[in-house]
Design a protein around this ligand. Structure first.
Ligand code: 6R9
Length: 581
């Protein structure tokens, strides 16, 4: 795979005549995080709040009438200046405070991309609360698990999604604020319901942010691992240091840019680079609601003259699949910087983008846990298609063997990051043991990815060391899907893997053992798919199901997914000595 990727050693030379980061090597040598810290207000006042740095600071400057948010979908277009964002987020913060919520309380959002979602997350943070964004496609079980684990006290949702919130089963959930509701469920002794519009309208438009320290909680993203339910990845306000500087250096944001990321705030790219990085840099941030559609997407770039565009391999592959003719119908000449994240970016996609968009697509590697970019292709450096580039200044990457020893170049190993870095997660909510698992090699964070460094210092992604699946850019844990499947009366056991797919990166494949009395059938497959969709979420649905008489297991009864994967790919299954039969 490595050989194949590196065939020809092609490179794309830098083309941006004036990038914010001009000399990478120089920056690596001289960079100090403290120089970035000095750019924040809190460095001088000691009063920290992300919402202040991202919004209020600009609203109190010459940027006050600059457009901060452009929200568009097929029905509407909404534009807010920084001054308006300041007022809207102040009202949300004041409303939440008036409900008695206090510093550190978890407040979740469960909304589609909409102005209310962006205002909501920043309003929560402005009030000193910890924001927990839930992806709009989540169904009841997924919503319940996350609200339960985090002990969320309040939720902002809308009338359409409210039926998926099992509030009666959530002992800590005291307040539910609903956007666009005609009527609300009756408040009981435990949970009270509010019309968002009424609550916000009566809140004052002035609200002094709740002042915090850099280590106070800011955002909680639930993300999947290999075992157990999704983990609450907890970030603090200090993350803004790295989010700001990578917005400047990697997204290359400039004053006149119109920036668009297609990522949803239910996932980390949609917050770190859909909210924090662009607004910390005072940029105009475009948000498009609704589903993927090549025509809608290209017309968005044309109409709003988007200059910096951050999307994902799966989207680029779908655009490629839609054909060059579709791209040619639109004027995409405003684009000057294009980036990708979430999965390996195929060299052929890079080549296609270069030919059709006349842009180098800059791959970026990072994770929910890292909070911000770690390894990227910078505007000022050549791109080797298929490589994820080089570490950001101030951060060191190591390729380590399974004992924690650093490996030489051109040797695959565990991608690790030297601790700490400013936007590193500070805990796994309620689960210190899980947090510690990431730090088994002293002084290093273990990413779970396998990668390699070449002799020029470029990093190449080779795969996951564990069973985490990336499908259409979404990170899903096999365990959550397996658990859902075995809730179905027909299913005795299930093993779930990611299967390579040309468009989605991976698709989810489930191997299922049926209970006595159930027969394999196409209808049953459909029923199981529907069952996962209704219970968890559309993106967690196994697109392939295979019935088996039994599954490979360890003697202690754990399903061995690596053997399932080997079956699927027709590869040797490796050491089977620890298996049951
Ligand atoms: C930001 C984000 C993290 C996992 C990560 C890796 C995969 C992300 C990648 C990439 C190859 C890239 N991943 N970026 N793989 N090339 N440029 O995606 O966070 O959802 O937590 O996923 O995604 O496997 O470990 P998250």
């Amino acid at each position: 795979m490595v050989q194949e990727l590196r065939q020809g050693e092609e490179i794309l030379l830098p083309e941006n005549p004036n990038p914010n980061l001009k000399d990478y090597e120089e920056a690596r040598r001289t960079f100090k995080w403290e120089d970035v810290e000095k750019e924040f207000t809190w460095y001088h006042t000691g009063k920290v709040n992300m919402a202040y740095e991202a919004i209020d600071r600009h609203a109190e400057s010459w940027r006050k009438n600059k457009v901060a948010l452009i929200y568009v979908d097929r029905e509407r277009e909404v534009k807010y200046t920084f001054a308006e964002m300041k007022e809207h987020t102040a009202r949300v913060a004041a409303a939440l405070t008036s409900l008695g919520l206090e510093k550190g309380d978890r407040v979740f959002t469960f909304l589609p991309r909409s102005p209310e979602l962006y205002v909501g997350i920043l309003g929560i943070i402005k009030a000193g609360l910890v924001a927990g964004p839930l992806f709009e496609a989540f169904m009841e079980t997924a919503v319940k698990d996350r609200l339960m684990d985090s002990g969320a006290k309040a939720l902002i949702t809308n009338a359409e999604l409210l039926p998926r919130v099992p509030y009666r089963d959530l002992p800590d959930l005291e307040h539910v604020i609903v956007v666009g509701a005609k009527d609300l469920p009756p408040s009981d002794g435990k949970t009270k319901f509010y019309h968002y519009e009424e609550l916000v309208a009566k809140a004052p438009r002035d609200f002094e942010p709740v002042w915090l320290t850099r280590e106070d909680g800011m955002i909680l993203h639930y993300s999947s691992g290999t075992t157990g339910k999704p983990k609450g990845i907890y970030h603090v306000h200090n993350a803004m240091i790295q989010q700001y500087i990578t917005g400047k250096w990697v997204l290359d944001l400039k004053e006149e840019d119109v920036y668009w990321t297609t990522a949803d705030p239910g996932w980390v790219t949609g917050t770190s680079y859909g909210i924090f990085a662009p607004w910390l840099n005072g940029a105009t941030n475009l948000v498009r609601g609704g589903r993927f559609s090549p025509d809608d997407w290209y017309s968005t770039i044309e109409k709003y003259r988007v200059t910096v565009w951050y999307s994902a391999p799966t989207a680029f592959r779908m655009l490629m699949g839609a054909g060059e003719e579709v791209a040619k119908k639109y004027d995409l000449s405003s684009l000057r910087h294009v980036l990708s994240v979430g999965e390996p970016l195929n060299p052929e996609v890079v080549r296609w983008g270069y030919r059709v968009y006349k842009q180098r697509i800059h791959d970026t590697w990072w994770m929910t846990e890292t909070g911000a970019h770690i390894c990227v292709n910078f505007a000022c450096l050549p791109i080797k298609p298929g490589s994820m580039g080089k570490p950001i200044p101030g951060v060191e990457i190591g390729i380590l063997d399974d004992e924690g020893n650093e490996l030489p170049p051109n040797t695959p190993g565990n991608l690790c990051i030297k601790t700490p870095w400013p936007s590193m997660f500070r805990k796994v909510w309620n689960n210190e043991a899980k947090y510690q698992e990431y730090f088994r090699f002293p002084g290093w964070y273990i990413s779970g990815d396998v990668a390699m460094k070449d002799e020029d210092g470029y990093y190449w992604f080779l795969g996951r060391a564990d069973d985490v699946i990336k499908t259409s850019g979404y990170r899903v844990g096999p365990f959550e899907i397996e658990s859902k499947l075995v809730e179905h009366p027909a299913v005795m056991e299930a093993g779930v893997i990611g299967k390579p797919d040309p468009e989605r990166g991976e698709i989810i494949k489930a191997f299922v053992v049926l209970r006595e009395g159930y027969q394999p059938s196409e209808e049953l497959k459909k029923e199981l798919m529907e069952f996962v969709k209704k219970g968890l979420s559309a993106h967690a649905v196994p697109r392939e199901i295979e019935f088996r008489d039994k599954l490979p297991k360890t003697r202690s009864g754990k399903i061995v997914r690596r053997v399932l994967k080997a079956w699927e790919l027709g590869l040797p299954a490796g050491d089977l000595s620890t298996l049951e039969d």
